[in-house]
Design a binder for this molecule. Structure first.
Ligand code: IPE
Ligand code: IPE
Ligand code: MG
Length: 236
């Protein structure tokens, strides 16, 4: 008898469609981002309750700096607010919070808030919630290669010793297993520079719903689809 597949251990989400959600309602794009943040908070709670061990959410890409100063500024303000608020969420459900991406680009107070969030939740044993901000898969791999090259030039590592594990351990996601399921909202079907290395064998799920309309039911639907699939890793 075929064993029923459990919930995916690691779910990654490319949240997309905040701007279109707002435009449909005649609201500014930033209203969509505000609503989107509320849904992220809700999704952390839902995922924890569903027994998902790792949730990773793409909130701001290395390419998103190209947006208007007004929109980028509003997003930074939202991160600031949520850096504090997430501490409350973590207290409620025991979540451990991590950030991936190049944080040195942020204002000093925001870098400090992110550091505090990670430090104060590091011993929590609930869901690991990772948010990707100023994250790009290419940037992450580039920084990893730089770290490895520094070890080689310092004589701590020889080129022959470099393995996939060496690279994995140098990525921002070190210690987090590869995602089992990746969800993208808003009908777009691309990775947009998210988890390029880690998603090598991840199952992909796309929904037309805009991110602010995402819900626990949508998450359950994605998990249901995942459970019905036969995963392959290149074998027969
Ligand atoms: C996702 O929504 C949030 C971010 C990328 C910051 P968008 O802002 O990309 O919304 P659309 O795609 O323009 O509708
Ligand atoms: C992807 O969304 C990045 C994030 C969700 C943070 P975008 O809306 O920026 O991606 P593209 O431009 O549609 O590929
Ligand atoms: Mg978008």
């Amino acid at each position: 008898m075929e064993q029923e597949r459990a919930v995916p251990r690691h779910v990654a989400i490319i949240l997309d469609g905040n701007g279109r959600w707002a435009r449909k309602r005649g609201l500014p794009r930033t209203a969509g981002h505000r609503e989107g943040c509320r849904v992220v908070e809700q999704t952390v709670e839902d995922a924890a309750r569903l027994g998902i061990e790792y949730l990773t959410v793409y909130a701001f890409s290395t390419e998103n700096w190209k947006r208007s100063a007004e929109e980028v500024g509003a997003l930074m303000q939202l991160f600031r607010f949520y850096a504090k608020r997430l501490l409350e969420v973590a207290k409620r459900n025991g979540a451990k919070i991590r950030m991936i991406g190049e944080r040195s680009a942020f204002a000093p107070d925001l870098i400090e808030a992110i550091g505090r969030l990670e430090e104060e939740t590091k011993d929590n044993t609930g869901i690991v919630f990772t948010f990707a901000v100023n994250y790009g898969g290419r940037d992450e791999i580039t920084r990893a290669v730089r770290k490895i090259a520094q070890k080689v030039s310092a004589g701590e590592l020889s080129p022959e010793e470099i393995t996939e594990q060496t690279i994995e351990a140098s990525l921002d996601t070190a210690g987090i297993p590869a995602p089992d399921l990746l969800i993208r909202t808003s009908g777009e079907q691309r990775l947009s520079n998210f988890l390029l290395w880690q998603a090598a064998y991840t199952e992909l799920y796309f929904t037309d719903k805009y991110w602010p309309d995402f819900s626990k039911e949508e998450l359950e639907r994605a998990i249901e689809a995942y459970r019905g699939r036969e995963r392959r890793y290149g074998g027969v």
